[in-house]
Design a protein around this ligand. Structure first.
Ligand SMILES: C[S@@+](CC[C@H](N)C(=O)[O-])C[C@H]1O[C@@H](n2cnc3c(N)ncnc32)[C@H](O)[C@@H]1O
Length: 198
């Protein structure tokens, strides 16, 4: 589901970039992958995450995709030209990723799954494109944050089939992801590093 005006304000601002720098730094400390990997970021939005991921991890291939073509256009402008040359941008639905099985060393997703109505399908696509032993870096928020008395009138999200901690953890487990490290507030959200075991 594409973002409405309110959430565009929430994600397209300098404090979000600051937050992502801290989060990606935390992720790299937990899982310092060697340079030269093949990476994907789904739901990349305006590209701030892709830029930070490149600096922190130095992948040899970085794909960044989003359902919304306008976000991809923003991302192509957000990155400096020399930086953008190292990133393959594409418009793609996380439910139907246009990549072969098992090609990525790591997949990143910041605040994406809770925008997908059938989010379990997106998880299984992520599991499909990551190599066995590869890593999924995840940041997600839970309904008390985006569907509370205030935010449900301002933000736009799917209303059904929502997940909190137990549903998300069960689905991650079923998809073959094992937690390596996580920081979680049971009501608000999670930051996690997961390894694909099979
Ligand atoms: C909350 S924003 C987060 C953007 C960016 N990752 C960040 O952290 O600033 C969610 C992003 O996911 C994208 N998105 C929503 N549904 C999607 C889907 N099914 N497949 C891929 N991207 C999707 C939206 O267009 C939006 O750019």
């Amino acid at each position: 589901m594409k973002l409405n005006w309110a959430e565009l304000l929430v994600v397209n601002n300098p404090s979000r970039v600051f937050q992502q720098r801290i989060e990606i730094g935390w992720m790299r400390k937990r899982m310092p992958l060697p340079p030269g990997g093949v990476f994907l970021e789904i739901g990349c939005g305006r590209g701030a995450g892709a830029s930070i991921i490149r600096k922190e991890f130095s992948p040899s291939v970085m794909c960044a995709s989003d359902l919304d073509f306008m976000m991809i256009r923003r991302a192509m402008k957000y990155l400096a030209p020399e930086e953008a040359r190292g990133v393959a941008f594409l418009t793609a639905d996380a439910l139907h990723l246009p990549h072969p099985d098992g090609v990525f060393d790591a997949v990143f997703g910041f605040g994406v799954l809770h925008h997908v109505p059938a989010w379990q399908g997106a998880l299984s696509e992520i599991g499909r494109v990551i190599k066995p032993g590869g890593v999924y870096f995840l940041e997600e928020i839970y309904p008390p944050l985006y569907q509370n008395i205030l935010t449900k009138h301002i933000l736009l999200h799917p209303a059904e089939n929502r997940f909190r901690s137990p549903e998300l953890k069960q689905a991650l487990d079923l998809t073959g992801f094992t937690p390596v490290a996580s920081l979680e507030h049971k009501f608000f959200g999670i930051l996690a590093v997961l390894r694909k075991e099979r």
